[in-house]
Design a protein around this ligand. Structure first.
Ligand SMILES: C[S@@+](CC[C@H](N)C(=O)[O-])C[C@H]1O[C@@H](n2cnc3c(N)ncnc32)[C@H](O)[C@@H]1O
Length: 244
C-alpha cells in the first residue's frame, strides 16, 4: 500500500448540490424505472465487461446507486465509498451489501492535488468514478485528463461521466450505445441530427486520452438529454500480464 503524501481534505456534507442531493434522489425515484431504464441497462453491461481483477473496489460519487446494478458488487470483498451526501450513503448501504461497504469522509476530488490520496488504497483496488467527473471540476486544473494521467496512471480505474448535455432530443435512430473514436462532432452526429446543437460541454471527452470509448444517452428528465462516456484504464501490470 502506498502512503498518501498530501494532507487529506474532508467533505462538507452535501444534502443539496448541483451534482446530487435531494433533488437528484427525487428525480431518480421518478425516472429510474422509466426513462432511465436503458441507461441503467447500459451501465450494467459496461460494468460486466470491465471485470477488474482485484477483490477491492473504490466508488467515487455513487450517490445511492440509483443507476448501479447491486448484484455486480457481490464479487468484491471490500468496497470503499467516497460520497458526500449523507442520505445517499445510507440508501446505498441498504441497496448494496452493507457489510462490504466502508464509507470515507475524505474528499478525493478536492484540494490542490485531487485524486492523489486514492493511491493510499491497496494497489489492486480498482476505482470506479460513478458519473461524477462531468459534474465536479478539479480545483487546480481545468479538466480531469491530466490529474487522471499523472496520479492514477498506475492503477485500474473506470469512469462513466457526462460529456455533453442538451435540451435537443436525439435522433429517432440513435444507437443504444456506440463504441467510437474520432472527434466529438463525429460522435455527436451519431446521436443527434445535423445543424447546430446547443449544449453544455462537461469537459470530459476522451477522459483516458484519445482513442476509442463507448457512448450512450441518458434521458435525465423530460427535455434533458446527456451523452455519457465510458472509459476503462488498465494498470501497466495488468496490460503486460494480458499480453505475456
Ligand atoms: C450524478 S450523481 C451520481 C449518480 C450515481 N452514479 C447514481 O447511480 O445515481 C453525482 C454524485 O457525486 C457526488 N459528489 C459530489 N462531489 C463529490 C466529491 N467531491 N467526491 C465524491 N462524490 C462527490 C454527489 O453527491 C452525487 O451523489
Amino acid at each position: 500500500m502506498n502512503t498518501p503524501s498530501r494532507p487529506q481534505t474532508a467533505f462538507a456534507p452535501a444534502w443539496l448540490s448541483d451534482a446530487g442531493g435531494l433533488r437528484y434522489h427525487l428525480r431518480a425515484l421518478r425516472h429510474r424505472n422509466g426513462a432511465w431504464r436503458p441507461f441503467r441497462a447500459q451501465v450494467a453491461r459496461w460494468l460486466e465487461a470491465w471485470a477488474p481483477p482485484g477483490r477491492e473496489l473504490a466508488l467515487v460519487g455513487p450517490s445511492a446507486g440509483h443507476t448501479l446494478p447491486p448484484a455486480w458488487f457481490a464479487r468484491f470483498d471490500r468496497v470503499t465509498v467516497f460520497e458526500p451526501d449523507p442520505f445517499a450513503r445510507r440508501w446505498l448501504a441498504r441497496r448494496l451489501s452493507a457489510s462490504r461497504l466502508h464509507f470515507s469522509s475524505e474528499d478525493v476530488l478536492g484540494g490542490a492535488h485531487p485524486l492523489e490520496t486514492l493511491n493510499a488504497l491497496p494497489d489492486d483496488c480498482a476505482i470506479l468514478f460513478c458519473n461524477v467527473l462531468g459534474q465536479v471540476a478539479p480545483e487546480a486544473a481545468e479538466r480531469w485528463h491530466a490529474p487522471l494521467r499523472t496520479r492514477l496512471g498506475e492503477r485500474d480505474w473506470a469512469s462513466f461521466h457526462d460529456v455533453v448535455s442538451t435540451d435537443r432530443p436525439p435522433r429517432a435512430d440513435a444507437p443504444d450505445h456506440a463504441c467510437a473514436e474520432g472527434s466529438l462532432e463525429a460522435i455527436l452526429a451519431r446521436f443527434w441530427s445535423g445543424g447546430e446543437l446547443p449544449l453544455v460541454d462537461h469537459d470530459t471527452f476522451q477522459l483516458d486520452g484519445s482513442g476509442s470509448a463507448d457512448y450512450t444517452l441518458w434521458h435525465l428528465r423530460p427535455g434533458r438529454f446527456h451523452l455519457v462516456e465510458w472509459v476503462t484504464h488498465r494498470s501497466p501490470s495488468q496490460k503486460s500480464g494480458a499480453t505475456a
